[in-house]
Ligand binder design. Structure first.
Ligand SMILES: O=C(CO)COP(=O)(O)O
Length: 259
């Protein structure tokens, strides 16, 4: 069986000011040893450069990620930030297709795909987020929605480029609600996602791609997720804003990695 290295993301969303962003990054670099897993943090855009400085000064291998970007390299796009700009400040990875951007900010599957391909073409590692709403879940459409979002999101992505991609299954109803999927439900969705990836890209690629779970992951439930075969880490929102909680989740991922 392919051994996949666990990957943990801390999505700070539109939270923390400059001082708190620095303080949190400093605590993370001080306490994380990254030998057995990958760790990425996604600060709010105005503080990316500052947090990049904290990571660089400590020689940390925590990756810096951006929550959002524009797919074009430059031009008349008022208010937008390009991948080139992100690279210029040592940002290595980006999120695409987060449900808050899909559902609260109107990003379509087509736009998600354009952004994903732009990020891959520019050499960024990219996390593609997918997941169903409560209504879709109640209508038993979880796997159909995930498959459709993968199919649209990954259109035109080659097998080579897929190596830059991580998937994140984040059921919309579990995000920020305190109500996480059960580990069994999440495991079943992850297994279906991997089956689709096998259909689309073949056995080896499906076995290699990492799939994070996201949605109310906390120190007290993380271990159960990490114990599932097809769950390769977590994309954490609320609990990544508190150093103690996030470090605990990282620790649990490491322990799972060692077993
Ligand atoms: O959206 C998420 C991560 O991208 C999950 O957020 P919560 O952990 O706050 O539910």
């Amino acid at each position: 069986m392919t051994k996949r290295r666990k990957t943990i993301g801390g999505n700070w969303k539109m939270n923390l000011n400059r001082k708190d962003s620095i303080a949190l990054a400093e605590k993370l670099v001080g306490e994380t040893d990254m030998q057995s897993l990958d760790l990425c943090i996604y600060p709010a855009l105005p503080y990316l450069d500052t947090v990049a400085g904290v990571l660089a000064e400590a020689g940390s291998s925590i990756k810096l990620g951006a929550q959002n970007f524009h797919g074009k390299s430059n031009g008349s796009f008022t208010g937008e930030i390009s991948l080139e700009m992100l690279r210029d400040i040592d940002c290595q990875t980006v999120l695409v297709g987060h449900s808050e951007r899909r559902h609260k900010l109107g990003e379509s599957d087509v736009l998600v795909n354009q952004k994903l391909r732009a990020a891959l073409d520019t050499g960024f590692d990219t996390t593609l987020c997918i997941g169903e709403t409560l209504k879709q879940r109640e209508a038993d459409q979880t796997n159909a929605v995930n498959t459709a979002q993968l199919c649209y999101g990954l259109a035109g992505v080659t097998s080579d480029q897929l190596r830059q991609v991580t998937l994140a299954y984040e059921p919309v109803w579990a995000i920020g609600t305190g109500e996480s999927a059960t580990p069994e439900d999440a495991a079943s969705a992850h297994a279906a996602i991997r089956r689709y990836m096998e259909f689309a890209y073949g056995k080896a690629a499906a076995a290699a791609i990492r799939i994070q779970y996201g949605g109310s992951v906390k120190p007290d439930n993380a271990a159960e997720f990490f114990a599932q075969t097809d769950i390769d880490g977590a994309l954490v929102g609320g609990a990544s804003l508190e150093a103690e909680d996030f470090l605990r989740i990282i620790q649990l991922a490491k322990s799972a990695e060692e077993h």
